[in-house]
Design a protein around this ligand. Structure first.
Ligand code: 6PG
Length: 319
């Protein structure tokens, strides 16, 4: 089941792809877990502890964040999940400005999972009014093959937590065709992407010929999976298709579609958003000295552009 942290307030209407209807209901994000402001002195103590722990890395400390430079990209470790959410909103809004100026469009790829809890600040002031939402085009890095109003649907999760709160034109939201089989939905999604590349809505990588999304906002599972690419599964090596299907996902539900690594890694920007101590081992394998018998999918994330990790202290606790 989708791990939504939103309160769903009313029934969701089923949508066609691309979506033709307007958001049917009002904002509903729960603020119950928003942290209280941390006193400055306590915060500084925490920063210096982070600095000591990370002395093996090159780091910079800002107000409530330590930045680690790794071979695989920039990792930012936030003092609290609240600080992470504030920074993620600014990062996303800044990239939106940049790509709207450069290309007249902003292509954003979402995952499922706890990402939306961390994205909550983007639907608040100032971004709700300042972001050029009309230029956004929204995709999914993976989707469960279930109806769009099903509790397991990543589309439903994104809709409830994010899309229903911002004025992105419904026609710019590319959900899967939920009337098809997993294989059919993957083919259909790939065809849709190819069409959008032809129209120059999605950029194309000159290096690889795969679509080049402006920003992927993706989560990671405790086992180190990203999208629906799981440790030890042959799909992690798929290198021809843009969108693949899986019918034996170890994380339920079993039927899903997923972007393949060549597409993920052609991105201009990837934010890996990881919160919670339950993910510390996989983070340590990816960024620290942790070992794993299989290469973890998250270790294979290596975009043409920039990779930025957004970690809270729990997720970074084993580094
Ligand atoms: O199938 C899904 O749930 C997602 O699309 C998947 O890619 C998600 O991003 C990770 O599983 C992390 O999920 P959590 O953040 O909930 O752990």
């Amino acid at each position: 089941m989708a791990s939504s942290s939103c309160i769903v307030t009313t029934n969701l209407r089923t949508h066609l792809s691309p979506l033709l209807q307007s958001p049917p209901y009002a904002p509903s994000i729960s603020q119950s877990d928003v942290a209280k402001p941390v006193a400055r002195s306590r915060r500084l103590n925490k920063i210096s502890r982070i600095a000591v722990n990370y002395k093996k890395f090159e780091f910079k400390a800002k107000s409530s964040m330590a930045e680690i430079a790794t071979e695989k990209g920039k990792a930012q470790v936030f003092d609290s999940e609240e600080d992470l959410a504030v920074s993620l909103a600014k990062y996303t809004a800044d990239l939106s400005d940049k790509f709207v100026k450069e290309r007249g469009a902003f292509t954003v790829v979402l995952s499922g999972g706890s990402l939306f809890q961390s994205l909550r600040k983007l639907v608040e002031s100032p971004y709700i009014d300042s972001v050029e939402w009309s230029k956004w085009h929204v995709f999914w890095v993976d989707e469960r093959v279930v109806p769009k109003d099903h509790v397991d649907s990543n589309y439903k999760l994104a809709y409830d937590c994010f899309l229903s709160k911002v004025p992105i034109p419904p026609g710019n939201v590319y959900a899967i065709n939920d009337a098809l089989s997993a294989e059919g939905a993957a083919d259909d999604y790939e065809t849709c992407l190819k069409h959008l590349v032809k129209l120059n809505i999605i950029d194309s990588s000159q290096a690889t010929g795969f679509p080049k999304f402006d920003l992927m906002l993706i989560g990671m599972g405790p086992d180190g999976h990203v999208a629906s690419l799981f440790p030890g599964h042959p799909l992690v090596h798929a290198n021809k298709q843009w969108v693949a299907f899986i019918e034996d996902s170890p994380k339920p539900p079993p039927k899903r579609i997923t972007f393949t690594f060549p597409v993920i890694n052609s991105s201009a920007n990837i934010a890996l958003v990881v919160a919670g101590a339950g993910k510390a081992d996989a983070v340590n394998v990816a960024l620290g000295n942790g070992q794993s018998s299989n290469t973890l999918p998250v270790q294979m994330v290596s975009p043409e552009g920039e990779l930025t990790w957004f970690l809270d202290k729990g997720a970074a606790s084993k580094l």
